[in-house]
Design a protein. Structure first.
Length: 237
């Protein structure tokens, strides 16, 4: 594995050549000042990691040749999906996005709920945060990012171990009690500021979702999402 790491999605590959996206090419040329012959690591976000030797590095253009492929040991065998409701402060949601990648989350679902106060979601900005975190964390799989989804939709279409955080639960409903029989696929839902509305919790339990307790302290929504996701992944790895 080399010092410099780049993200080139699968459509950048043709045979044994990689054409770097414009922003990655600029970074290679202007910031890192790479030269022909330098070897870098390229991750495709679909599980592939490659040692690539640069054959062209110029203003706005970077092309390399694949020398070898290797596996990342940073991927989790546990498939965890986290649905976090949109938050009033975009910066807090962005923190969650970054840490979700670092923790090993498989899929992220921005949720629209009864108590969601903000409906705008800057997808392009979110994707750039995910990519930066992917490179930093040495992962090879970019978490899937779904479009903003109504809570009712995800309640109805999800299978596997389905957990929903709710402040009305207690120690007897601790999240760890519900991980013992899972096969390694877990979906966790976290509400916005103020949590899920009573009618939403009723919908969730009617659909078979399990309300879980995340501890005695009051957590911000993004903290709850990060802490619970990390706990699930580390418990099942």
């Amino acid at each position: 594995m080399t010092k410099h790491r780049f993200y080139c999605p699968p459509d950048c590959f043709a045979g044994d050549h990689v054409v770097f996206p414009d922003d990655e090419a600029r970074h290679a040329f202007k910031v890192l000042r790479l030269s022909i012959g330098d070897v870098v690591t390229v991750v495709d976000g679909a599980g592939g990691m490659f040692n690539v030797r640069m054959e062209t590095v110029a203003r706005g253009k970077a092309i390399g040749t694949i020398e070898s492929r290797f596996e990342s040991d940073a991927e989790s065998p546990v498939q965890v999906t986290v649905g976090l409701a949109l938050l009033k402060h975009a910066g807090r949601y962005e923190t969650f996005l970054e840490k979700a990648v670092e923790l090993g989350v498989h899929e992220i679902v921005p949720l629209q709920t009864d108590r969601t106060e903000k409906s705008k979601f800057r997808r392009q900005r979110a994707e750039s945060i995910l990519v930066a975190a992917l490179k930093q964390s040495e992962r090879a799989q970019l978490p899937a990012l779904r479009d903003v989804t109504r809570l009712k939709q995800i309640l109805e279409e999800t299978d596997g171990c389905r957990l929903i955080a709710h402040e009305g639960t207690g120690p007897e409903d601790h999240i760890r009690h519900h991980l013992e029989t899972t096969a390694g696929r877990v979906t966790l839902l976290i509400g916005p500021e103020g949590g899920f509305a009573d009618r939403e919790m009723a919908m969730a339990t009617d659909a078979g979702w399990i309300p879980v307790w995340l501890g005695p302290r009051r957590l911000r929504a993004e903290t709850a999402a990060m802490a619970a996701a990390g706990f699930i992944i580390m418990s099942l790895e």
